[in-house]
Design a protein around this ligand. Structure first.
Ligand code: ASP
Length: 471
């Protein structure tokens, strides 16, 4: 006999969108609902904010408020002793579409959309952030873009960035090449932030010597949130692409935690370093290339590739998928390495401890892997600093087995580079030559003496903090 649950008998009340059970009962008791601006008294204190719709998949015991700071708080429904509506504000999620104006005096910029939060809105049915990129919507929400350039847009994909992969990298690199040859003055790529540094790395190898800036941009908060960084990031990125003279693959994101300015990070030296801060991207082991605000671009270093007027660019989309990163941890078992060889992996980047180490029990497995033809390179988990495998005899032993240190290449960049190199050759010497010949500063001769200590946007906050504790 079927035991299918009986259909829900909850009446449809649009004013209580998504609220069920205890949460719904509390809203009904106090005569408030979704989009009510409320004063709430609870056993935990006093709250003021806007009641947001609740995801149907969320629990039924909390009321969600958007408070003045822009953050959302969940209040346990059974702790609420009073709630009073003091106003109503309804959010509208549809952004008006507008055709982008054309000014022949302005540079032409192509914006490729790949997805991510910058192209997303909140879906209150599920509570999830969903990709909803539309070029017209973008202009509708950030009209300042028309003051900077003639913007053309093309949605290449609509994925969150964990779903980016070789197909997307290759399509993107080829489309960038075509647009540059057609005469674009700059390229912007809207991308999820989570793996933006992977894509920036691989594009730095696939698209070489571009004559114009290629600027990757994303946002940590979707554009319908009051604290969104989408507009600032987009304006700065489009400005860097249209007017900037740095013809490299760069990432353009918040510098400090506030929206004072953005930083332009070199594609091979950048990394997402915080899961939720808007100022999440940092140049590792170096200083960023420039600061940029909607008003001006300030270079922070002189060694960058300059914009050119020719239309020449080298596109090389080679990519081998059987490559992995092995993030070493104490007591790692050698069978992991053996399994990778068995599964046909051709390349491995080790993110080793300290100066570039793994434990001794792994040595025989590494030897077997190299003898079976695998190419293995060493990077460091510390991210800052160099592999220095001559310092301890363990490092020397690993090199004797055939592991090649990669100076200060970041693990993800080394991974992308090895995919790219093994897509071109399997010759051991040639693989090593290509891996160790820098294309665009993926390895540098030295890290600036203050590189590690340059806060890259945090200095005002650090000074402010020090002042507070001195008081
Ligand atoms: N999960 C998102 C992504 O990387 C996050 C973001 O876009 O910031 O696609």
């Amino acid at each position: 006999m079927s035991t299918a649950p009986a259909p829900s008998t909850t009446p449809v009340n649009d004013n209580l969108k998504g609220y069920r059970g205890v949460g719904r009962a509390v809203l009904e008791r106090f005569g408030v609902g979704v989009w009510s601006d409320v004063e709430i008294e609870s056993t935990r204190g006093h709250f003021r904010g806007l009641i947001l719709p609740r995801a149907v998949t969320a629990d039924d015991r909390h009321i969600v408020l958007k408070i003045a700071s822009g953050y959302n708080v969940g209040i346990a429904a059974d702790s609420i002793t009073a709630a009073k509506e003091v106003g109503r504000r309804e959010a509208h999620y549809k952004i008006p579409e507008k055709a982008f104006p054309h000014d022949p005096q302005k540079p032409n910029v192509m914006l490729f959309g790949t997805g991510g939060t910058i192209a997303s809105r909140l879906d209150y049915r599920t509570g999830a952030v969903i990709p909803a990129f539309s070029p017209g919507e973008l202009y509708g929400s950030v009209p300042e873009l028309a003051d900077i350039c003639n913007l053309q847009t093309e949605k290449l994909f609509g994925v969150f960035s964990e779903n980016m992969g070789p197909h997307q990298y290759i399509t993107l690199a080829n489309r960038i090449g075509e647009e540059i040859r057609k005469g674009s003055n700059g390229i912007v790529i809207g991308h999820g932030t989570d793996t933006m540094h992977h894509t920036a790395g691989v594009l730095s190898f696939m698209v070489q010597n571009p004559p114009v800036p290629i600027i990757m941009v994303g946002s940590q908060r979707s554009s319908d949130r009051p604290s969104s960084d989408a507009a600032m990031n987009l304006i700065c990125a489009v400005k860097a692409a249209a007017e900037g003279d740095i013809a490299e693959v760069l990432v353009c994101m918040f510098g400090p935690t506030s929206d004072e300015y953005n930083l332009l990070h070199r594609g091979t030296r950048v990394r997402k370093m915080h899961s939720s801060y808007r100022s999440t991207f940092r140049t590792i082991g170096d200083v960023p290339v420039a600061m940029i605000s909607p008003q001006k671009l300030v270079h922070l270093r002189a060694d960058y590739k300059r914009r050119r007027s020719d239309r020449e660019v080298t596109i090389n989309t080679a990519f081998e998928e059987k490559v992995t990163i092995l993030y070493y941890y104490p007591n790692m078992q050698p069978d992991i390495v053996d399994a990778l060889v068995e599964r046909g992996y051709r390349g491995m980047i080790i993110a080793g401890t300290g100066l570039g180490h793994v434990n001794k029990p792994l040595y025989p497995a590494i030897k077997r892997a190299i003898e079976a033809g695998m190419h293995i390179f060493m990077t460091v988990q510390t991210l800052w600093g160099y592999t220095q495998m001559y310092v301890y005899d363990t490092g020397r032993d690993l090199m004797a087995l055939g592991i090649v240190p990669t100076a200060n290449m970041l693990p993800e960049v080394a991974y992308m580079k090895l995919c790219w190199v093994l897509g071109q050759t399997n010759d051991r010497e040639e693989v090593q030559r290509l891996m160790l010949t820098p294309v665009n500063d993926e390895t540098t001769e030295r890290e600036p003496y203050n590189g590690y200590l340059v806060y890259q946007g945090a200095i005002p906050e650090v000074q402010e903090f020090l002042r507070t504790i001195k008081r």
